[in-house]
Design a protein around this ligand. Structure first.
Ligand code: NDP
Length: 454
């Protein structure tokens, strides 16, 4: 039996050794989901809603345990990890209202009536990355289950423990056998099997754009439904008329949250040239104040990177001659630490400016005017997130409409919220998760014509 070792990224100590699911074991999970499929879609809507609420309550009762696992497995600061477990609970509660509201339509047609039904799409494979193991699992799981689909989740190799525990909680809450399973295995084995197996009718993938492309090609062979949440290189745009103090104080959170391992990281700060130096003077103390250290401490704001390999990759964006304007702090000793790093001025072809770093590195660049800001923000193959700082409401709306990206905040660093649709433009993805319409991605519309003429 092959296994993989889960390391604590803050200590480099072994947390657990987990059996790695083979292709055959993944097939067996798929067979259990096939067996559960009809029973789950036939559960009465009110009962399915009650089961989702019971599942949410079970998660709620285990927030501390789940947060503790994520602190150990992912190095997330404990306050963040509690929020992440709470997010799973909240998303399950939000979508527990959906089964009883899964309404179709009645469409006027000649010779009869036409009614539509939202049918469950079938078995859903969720392929989850290591950066936010719990929330990203929940965003697919809640609406997929609410729509009447069995779900098989494949967590990332480095961070499987919370998903495994959440699946146990689902069973304890009364979800029937085979309705929600976790296969902890390699992406190239278990993940690939979910993509290749004909009984899996929908894949939800979050991860790198490169693997997303391969998964899209795999799904194309079977015309399999697919949602992709991929990379980002988002802009935080600060106009001269903004409240600069607030913009500078929140910029570190917008990029260094989760040690920058966030597809929504605003890793390019665009600042109007007339206030560039003032902004940099305000940004420096804010970056130096970021509390980096022991993830188990309640005052910690930023933990380590996920692995030694990933730290090496992040470090490659900051070579010895990199234009480092200033840096924050990071502990010495064991752990995959990387201090928050601000680069300026950067060349337009600097990989730190053009590529997704997925670490605590931000490039600050000046712009001249509104048109220039929009052009720079859009000069990337990605389009996932973004923030705009200005006191001019008209400008805020004009720029928000002009920036080619899926999720924007004005005078705030807010990112993903479960009440609103989340997803990317361009190479940042395909389809939307969350929000009131999320069940559309997990159902097929069926129309039935009923003749009324004799
Ligand atoms: P990947 O895209 O390789 O992994 C994401 C998930 O996909 C994991 O569960 C992985 O499993 C699985 N997977 C990998 N290969 C396949 C496959 N062929 N078929 C099915 N599933 C597969 O991300 P990495 O972990 O390698 O991270 C690399 C970079 O990707 C990061 O540095 C970052 O730039 C970006 N990234 C972006 C994320 C986002 O939120 N947009 C999230 C994570 C990464 P396994 O863990 O077993 O390999």
């Amino acid at each position: 039996m092959s296994t993989f070792t889960v390391l604590n990224p803050a200590t480099e100590q072994t947390v657990a050794t987990v059996p790695s699911a083979s292709a055959e074991e993944t097939d067996a999970a798929i067979a259990r989901a096939v067996a559960a499929r009809t029973g789950w879609r036939e559960v009465a809507p009110g009962e399915r809603a009650a089961l989702l609420r019971a599942f949410a309550d079970a998660v709620d009762a285990h927030i501390e345990e789940l947060a503790g696992l994520e602190v150990a497995c992912s190095g997330h600061p404990v306050g963040q990890a509690r929020w992440e477990a709470g997010n799973v609970r909240d998303v399950l509660r939000y979508y527990s209202a959906a089964p009883e509201r899964l309404c179709g339509r009645q469409i006027p047609v000649p010779g009869g009536v036409d009614v539509t039904f939202k049918e469950p799409v079938g078995i859903v494979g969720l392929i989850v990355p290591w950066n936010f193991p719990m929330p990203i699992l929940g965003w697919g799981l809640g609406p997929a289950l609410a729509a009447g689909n069995p779900v098989i989740a494949k967590p990332a190799e480095r961070t499987p423990l919370t998903a495994v525990r959440i699946a146990e909680l689902a069973r304890e809450a009364g979800l029937p056998d085979g309705v929600f399973q976790v296969v902890a295995g390699k992406g190239s084995v278990a993940g690939q099997r979910l993509v290749d197996h004909e009984a899996v009718r929908k894949i939800v993938f979050t991860g790198s754009t490169e693997v997303g492309r391969q998964i899209m090609a795999g799904c194309a062979r079977q015309v399999k439904r697919l949602t992709l949440e991929l990379g980002g290189k988002s802009a935080n745009i600060v106009f001269a008329d903004a409240d600069l103090q607030r913009a500078a104080a929140s910029a570190p959170q917008a990029v260094f949250d989760n040690a920058g391992q966030d597809c929504c990281a605003r890793s390019r700060i665009l600042v109007q040239r007339s206030v560039f130096d003032r902004f940099m003077a305000m940004l420096e103390p804010a970056v130096k104040r970021v509390a980096v250290g022991d993830p188990a401490s309640p005052v910690t704001e930023m933990g380590p990177l996920i692995s030694a390999e990933h730290r090496e990759r992040v470090a490659s964006f900051v070579p010895a001659d990199a234009p480092v304007a200033f840096r924050g702090h990071a502990p010495d000793g064991p752990g995959y630490w990387f201090a928050p790093t601000v680069l300026a001025p950067v060349r337009p072809d600097d990989p730190a400016y053009t590529e997704e770093v997925f670490g605590p590195v931000v490039a600050v660049v000046p712009f001249e005017d509104e048109a220039d800001a929009v052009a720079i923000a859009n000069d990337t193959p990605y389009g996932l997130s973004g923030s705009i700082w200005t006191e001019n409401l008209g400008r805020a709306l004009r720029v928000a409409r002009a920036v080619e990206t899926g999720n924007l905040s004005v005078n705030s660093h807010a990112s993903v919220r479960y009440w609103t649709p989340f997803g990317g433009f361009k190479q940042s993805g395909l389809g939307r998760e969350l929000g009131p319409d999320a069940l559309d991605a997990f159902t097929e519309a069926k129309n039935v014509f009923i003749a009324t003429e004799e």
